[in-house]
Design a binder for this molecule. Structure first.
Ligand code: ADP
Ligand code: MG
Ligand code: ZN
Length: 633
């Protein structure tokens, strides 16, 4: 680990040099204060020095001193090696004198002895003191300048201050008390992480069997879904130390320091293994190299490289597990996801209705609810809410009640709180209005029903109107087995399913919406390939107009130039494929309109519907043959 003093100066931020930040003002204040103390000490020292000749004791010359001795007026003397005499007279008054050391009187001691004077001598310590006193101001000054110069180089870019603060913030170590009981729902994710817990509890069992423990687990999910909470719960369940850092806090660090921090972090964690390292917002450091990033690329890459090196250098026996969280797995550098690094992913989606209910229950534990509060109803009315939103909802409801001078929360409090949060959330675009939900439900129901009805489409696994990523809803189809060859009728079914979302919107509301954009572009590109690549349009014959496989150096494939006539024909044929598919989807949906409407109602009510229920509504069963995995918005 690099010491603070080795890094400042070179990294000072010019922007901070000119402006006087509160931090700097505080520092300057402290400087003044220290100057005052140093001054005070100097004054005291000087006074003490002067105090040796203080007026309370009289200075006698040597002859007078000897006269008094002979007169028996001296009681006691202390003589230091320089011949300095400090003594008391018999009347108790103090005096000082100086023995002429150049010609020391031989009989001094005898004379003193004869007159009953107690003699004491000062050892060389006196010399040391005087030496110190001589050099003290120089040492003080030197120290002061040294300190000032260090201060100045640090103060320039607040490097020293920033560094110190960052150090405290970057790595937090603790033993969390959180357990899985504090995490409502997410049984699947918990089950997956239970293996990690088991490993951390008894790593030696794994080593004995020659098994390599889980190295890195990446938790992927939207903000506020409890990723941090779950990571802490894993540490809590396993009873191991929890080292947490946030990727974004690395962004504030200086060149070379991020990498040093990572090294430090892993060293600490290894020392106290078994332990957990949690890297929150890993996308801040783990972004694909070469992309646009918040940090300077050099620094970020150094940090990332260090992280990769640390994870590779894992001795399997260390018993350190790295958990990381992100809501943008797509921007992560592929190197992070390679085996031995974050090769396990646990998806933490937005909670479904049942999970929302249990999250609400967790957060209402310490609150008193009136009889009219039905948490299941609250859960039903908060689709798209994350765990954090729900925690916030419970808290807001309590705040509304407090404002009303109540401590028992009513249904009205929850409604008011929900409305406020929805207003806030809508700005971020994940919560749907009621009519939007109806539209999304119709769209997805269309996909799902048609997929269930088309014999060659992949069986429907799940339909959901929970927003996920960019998609507002999703219909999952699971392939029966992996296909390598696709027939014309498979493509026809594929296009029909793709266009069914839009067909359902048009059938029920008389107009389409922007929600079908993705479907259309996918369907169009497949239909285009059917015509130009696969020769599946008889009107063109067995001719390929496929993109040239011979790619240019920049990786752009080229399409052969088509004659105007052929180009027009291709476009017509593509459009025709799509129109036929849409027609077929509309017919299928019209024929099964009752099932369509029932499915829409169920989706609006429950948000997520199992594929089996779709088939139950239609009274048929999934017997589709395989195909590539598909999911559609
Ligand atoms: P993330 O790290 O995914 O952004 P957090 O772990 O910070 O989310 O979650 C924020 C808060 O939301 C938690 O502190 C907790 O109060 C609440 N929360 C989220 N998910 C759950 C859950 N499944 N059960 C209970 N509380 C939750
Ligand atoms: Mg978090
Ligand atoms: Zn769609």
């Amino acid at each position: 680990m690099s010491e603070p003093e080795s890094t400042p100066g070179s990294t000072s931020d010019p922007a901070k040099n000119t402006a006087t930040s509160p931090e700097q003002a505080r520092r300057r204040q402290r400087l003044n204060w220290i100057t005052a103390v140093v001054g005070l000490v100097a004054v005291v020292v000087l006074f003490w020095l002067g105090g040796r000749g203080a007026p309370t004791s009289t200075e006698l010359d040597y002859s007078t001193f000897m006269q008094r001795v002979e007169a028996g007026q001296v009681d006691k003397v202390t003589i230091d090696p320089d011949g300095r005499v400090v003594g008391t007279q018999t009347d108790g008054s103090a005096f000082t004198s100086q023995i002429p050391t150049a010609a020391p009187p031989e009989d001094l001691v005898r004379t003193l002895g004869e007159h009953d004077v107690t003699i004491a001598a000062k050892g060389p310590s006196a010399a040391w003191t005087s030496l110190l006193l001589t050099f003290a101001p120089v040492v003080l000054l030197l120290g002061f300048f040294l300190w000032m110069s260090r201060r100045a180089s640090g103060a320039g870019g607040s490097a020293l201050g920033g560094f110190g603060r960052a150090k405290a913030k970057v790595v937090d170590s603790e033993k969390p008390q959180t357990t899985f009981a504090d995490v409502a729902g997410y049984e699947g994710a918990k089950a997956e992480l239970l293996e990690v817990v088991d490993y951390l509890r008894r790593p030696e069992r794994y080593h004995k069997a020659g098994a390599v423990g889980p190295g890195g687990v990446l938790m992927v999910g939207p903000p506020g879904t409890g990723k941090t909470l779950i990571a802490r719960a894993v540490a809590g369940e396993a009873g191991v130390p929890f080292y947490s850092v946030s990727g974004s806090s690395f962004v504030e660090l200086f060149v070379g320091v991020g990498a040093a921090r990572v090294r430090d972090l892993f060293a600490q964690a290894r020392q106290r293994s078994p332990s957990i390292i949690f890297i929150d917002e890993i996308d801040a450091i783990g972004q694909r190299r070469g992309g646009r990033a918040m940090m300077s690329n050099d620094e970020r890459e150094q940090t990332l490289d260090q992280l990769l090196a640390e994870m590779d250098g894992f001795d399997p026996a260390t018993g350190v597990v790295v958990l990381a969280a992100t809501n943008r797995p797509d921007v992560l550098d592929a190197a992070l996801l390679r085996p031995g690094r974050f090769d396990r992913q646990v998806v933490i989606p937005l909670p479904n209705q049942a999970e929302r209910l249990s999250i609400l229950q967790v957060h209402c534990r310490s609150k008193q609810l009136a009889d009219d509060v039905e948490l299941p109803k609250v859960a039903r009315s908060t689709p798209g809410f994350s765990g954090a939103d729900l925690a916030n909802l419970a808290n807001e409801a309590a705040i509304v009640a407090v404002r009303d001078d109540r401590w028992v929360l009513t249904a009205g409090d929850f409604d008011a709180a929900r409305d406020r949060i929805i207003l806030g959330r809508r700005e971020k675009g994940t919560v749907l209005l009621a009519d939007e939900r109806r539209l999304v439900a119709a769209h997805e129901a269309g996909h799902a029903l048609v997929a269930a009805l088309c014999p060659r489409a992949d069986p429907v696994e799940k339909v959901s109107i929970l927003p996920s990523g960019q998609a507002l809803g999703v219909t999952h189809q699971l392939p029966v087995d992996e296909r390598h060859l696709y027939t014309k009728s498979w493509f026809d079914d594929f296009l029909t399913v793709r266009l069914a979302g839009r067909a359902a919107e048009q059938l029920l509301f008389g107009e389409g919406s922007s929600g079908a954009a993705d479907d259309l572009s996918q369907a169009t590109s497949v239909a285009t390939r059917m015509v130009t690549d696969f020769g599946l349009a008889p009107e063109l014959g067995p001719v390929s107009y496929a993109e040239s496989s011979r790619a240019y150096a920049d990786g752009v494939a080229v399409r052969p130039l088509l004659s105007e006539g052929t180009q027009e024909k291709v476009e017509q044929l593509v459009a025709q494929f799509l129109r036929v598919a849409e027609q077929r989807a509309t017919e299928l949906l019209t024929d099964h309109r009752p099932a369509l409407e029932a499915l829409i109602d169920q989706l609006i009510d429950r948000e997520v519907i199992d594929g089996a229920e779709v088939y139950a509504l239609l009274g048929n069963s999934p017997d589709g043959s395989g195909g590539a995995a598909t999911g559609q918005g």
